[in-house]
Design a protein around this ligand. Sequence first.
Ligand code: NAD
Length: 498
Amino acid sequence: MAKLEPVSASAIQTKLLIGGQWVDGLAGATIDVINPYDGSTIVSVAEAREEDVERAVLAAKAAAPAWGRMAAHDRGRLLLKLADRIEADADHLVRLEAMNTGHPVRDCMNLDLPRTVLCYRYFGGMADKLEGSVIPVDAGFLNYVEREPIGVVGQIVPWNFPLMFTSWKLGPALAAGNTVVLKPSEITPLSALRIGELITEVGFPPGVVNILTGYGHTVGQRIAEHRDIGKVSFTGSTNVGRKIVQASAGNLKKVQLELGGKGPNIIFEDANIPAAVGGSAFAIFHNQGQACIAGSRLIIHESVKDEFLQRFIGLARSIRMGDPLDTETEMGPLTSKVHHERVLNFIEVAKQQGSEILAGGRVPEGGALAGGYFIEPTIVTAEPGDRVSNEEVFGPFVSVTTFRTDEEALALANGVSYGLGAGLWTSNIQRAHRFAKAIHAGMVWINCYKRVHPGSPFGGVGESGYGREMGFEAMREYTQPKSVWVNVDAEIPPFYRR
Ligand code: NAD
């Protein structure tokens, strides 16, 4: 067992990044950033307000023409330098992320940090690969289509994977030649501020990336409605997603929404059960279940239910909860007190609706965990109409339903308003592909769960939002096509004969 040292408060950036300078908010207000392991205040960061959004947009607007014109490979080179710099800073970043989010440092080291580095590297390499096209049109004309940056984009990030999601937002936006006003969650702003420091260190021009720590109803709302922002990319809850769409209507800005999920995870009778058990535990319990793509609805074939559940419950009960800075910890606290109460409330709702609690369902008592926002890995039975089968709990909480036929399994999987991630475990290749096609989701995992890569499009359908992060799709999302017509040698007869 190794317990890593917390990052000292004096080494944590707490100001706003505007136009390449670290500044206080104009109102002089601050937000306390809480460590969910013990409820202590890590630091207080500057609280941006609407007037700071104006400053940041002005800086981003001033930086946009030169950044958009810069050779794409030079933008890419800066992103590659940033990836190297983040890698060198890994020790600091993973400790900061673990302290602020409650995410076990083991996961930060093995998943979040490498995925973050890979993302900046992927889009660094991508910057000069996004090509335009030449369209075969009428004789005598050349028609070419260029992809232009949008200009200033606003990016709003949630609290569940702040380091990684910041890279998913900044990577493609910057590679495509946009300048950015980014708002991390008020709950978990620290890793984004550190990334801001590294961005200035590796030489991004001032104003290309501006970071505002502040609340959603003030800073987030102003970003969404600002007339000089050409696109807003939002990751967060479906309800706030609706507000973003409304706020964006003023200047009809482009909107990209990565919202909630209620991922079905289907265990067929011919599944490799040990593999399905391990994969399904990762699907729901990784990051305390605080993942939009979590496999939060287990849909199990009746004939393998007992064997699957016996192993799954055993695994859930053995997950080591503890200090996120301890390298042996497998599950940390939930990220905030408010969210802790929300998940506990869902456990009460499940009980009231007649669910059987198969495992967990409690706050661990006493000992080293007493000061933190912990909840035991929780497994409950549920009926398809129950609230806990339809609403996103966003915690270490999974509902179990059984089925008999493939048709029943598909109806259960598609029976919610969300459509983000979905998993299925089977050794029947035809069924696997049939389901991959029929499931209402943006991402399907067959005999695995929650795989992501910067090359593969990420996003949902239905109330999980629209638009995609990652890959060429993301580069398209952060650009707009311009069609240019050239008369090369066409004779155009006059339209009006006089
Ligand atoms: P949230 O919607 O409360 O907040 C997300 C961000 O939006 C925060 O930065 C917040 O300050 C800001 N915000 C809040 N109100 C706003 C407003 N009126 N205008 C503009 N911005 C506003 O979500 P959360 O609780 O931080 O994150 C959890 C949610 O995010 C879950 O529903 C989860 O499923 C979803 N999520 C989705 C994805 C995805 O890719 N689809 C990924 C991660 C999380």
